[in-house]
Design a protein around this ligand. Structure first.
Ligand code: GCO
Length: 445
């Protein structure tokens, strides 16, 4: 055969592959100008909530993050929202919004500041907080690990060393025994993929390393730790509902006719999403068997924010503007608003065959110009998905109030309430009152 025959064959195969990929994996975009986002319905049992995390709001912490903040070039968390002292006032805000449920995390470094030393006061304060939520008729959902842990744990290499898993499991059992009489819903870990990739590959979270090997090891160990904790806690109290919060970021090829872009998005999708979903389904991860992980869920938490358009030339940091489609709107974080993607995220997680709790969704938007529509579109998507029969039980907005956005510090504002960090005054944003109305209207349906 002539060289041009080979070339024609190759061209035909290339085109056929791209056409099939485009058909198999469409990137759905809706014409929002013809959609009325206020047309939505929710079952009576649907739970509305907001989410926070200890290190982002409490202030005055001393943990792996505070150590990282002083050694790297990021803003220090400092007093944050001073929530540790103002929690009652903040719980009043929850009531004002009318939420039925509140997701927050316990700060391990407060509860066990030194290995084996338990801080009775901190344990008591969290207990009082739980009582207060229950008194207000708000269901608490506790996250056991939301990116922060004690410095003594980090010094032993944290989750990089699988022999340390037991230390975290021990802590989890301790707090679970204390609070499980009042708290039914538990998230073991928040976003194992973000925790490992940001900390061990992107250098943006503690410990600020770059090693693919460590990244995969940490991801596997955290997922393994989740599996162990799931079974231990279920033994103590089988009635509790235990899951983890998975960040689903969708990776779409930037140029949909470029096979290299498809290959990159497939690879990233596997490392970020596929590997964890597979581990929870099959009990194996990166070639290692983890039988305890298989099926270790009563629900799956979905944290959904965006899609990332990929090409082989990926930014090495997330402090840049990611590419976006021309009609898309950029959020302050530098990634686009893409409410349509919630559908694919839900479909991906429902293969786990447990109910879905949307444990986080929201946007960084300093002036509250985008958040109102961002919120309405995502809530409308949830309503659509419920009508299609997807088993979604709740929606938690990220976040109750502006707070410490990790490597981005205080520059990004995610709150339904604006926080003035000088005076600690919280002010309801327009989007906050929209959320309050959504909740109110849904409960009257
Ligand atoms: C995460 C965390 C939250 C963030 C939120 C906004 O996804 O990184 O769960 O702690 O603050 O997602 O970026």
């Amino acid at each position: 055969m002539e060289w041009w025959t080979y070339l024609s064959f190759a061209a035909v195969i290339y085109v056929a592959t791209i056409v099939s990929l485009r058909m198999l994996y469409p990137e759905k975009h809706l014409d929002w100008s013809i959609i009325d986002e206020t047309q939505r319905t929710f079952p009576e049992s649907f739970q509305w909530g907001v989410a926070t995390a200890s290190h982002q709001i409490e202030g005055g912490n001393s943990n792996n993050w505070t150590e990282f903040e002083t050694r790297s070039n990021i803003e220090e968390s400092g007093d944050a929202c001073d929530h540790w002292n103002r929690w009652q006032e903040d719980f009043q805000l929850l009531e004002e919004l009318g939420v039925a449920t509140y997701r927050f995390s316990l700060e391990w470094s407060r509860i066990e500041p030194e290995k084996g030393h338990w801080n009775a006061e901190a344990l008591q304060q969290y207990s009082d907080m739980i009582d207060d939520l229950c008194r207000r008729g708000i269901r608490p959902m506790i996250t056991l690990h939301h990116f922060s842990h004690p410095q003594w744990f980090e010094q032993r290499e944290g989750f990089l060393d699988k022999d340390n898993i037991g230390l975290w499991v021990h802590y989890c059992e301790k707090v679970f025994e204390r609070y499980c009489d009042r708290v039914t819903d538990w998230c073991t870990v928040n976003e194992p993929e973000v925790f490992s990739i940001m900390g061990y590959f992107m250098k943006m979270f503690p410990p600020g390393k770059r090693s693919l090997r460590s990244t995969l090891t940490v991801m596997r160990n955290v997922v393994q730790a989740h599996g162990i904790v799931y079974h231990r806690l279920k033994q103590h109290n089988p009635v509790c509902r235990i899951g983890l919060a998975k960040n689903v970021t969708l990776f779409d090829p930037l140029k949909r006719w470029n096979l290299l872009h498809w290959t990159t998005s497939a690879a990233l999708n596997f490392v970020w999403n596929g590997a964890i979903v597979r581990a929870l389904k099959k009990g194996t991860m990166f070639g290692k068997k983890m039988p305890l992980v298989r099926g270790s869920l009563d629900f799956i938490g979905l944290n959904y924010y965006t899609h990332v358009l990929t090409s082989p030339f990926l930014p090495q940091t997330n402090e840049v503007n990611f590419p976006k489609r021309s009609h898309e709107t950029m959020t302050d974080f530098g990634y686009p608003m893409y409410a349509e993607g919630l559908e694919r995220a839900v479909k991906m997680l429902e293969t786990l065959e447990v109910p879905i709790e949307i444990t986080e969704n929201g946007t960084a938007d300093q002036h509250d110009t985008l958040r109102p529509i961002h919120l309405q579109r995502h809530v409308w998507m949830v309503s659509e998905l419920l009508q299609q029969g997807h088993d979604i039980r709740s929606y938690y907005h990220w976040s109750l109030m502006d707070n410490f956005e990790w490597a981005e510090g205080y520059s990004l504002r995610f709150g339904l309430y604006h926080v003035d960090y000088q005076t600690q005054v919280r002010t309801l944003r327009q989007s906050g009152s929209i959320y309050r109305d959504i909740i109110n209207e849904a409960s009257q349906d």
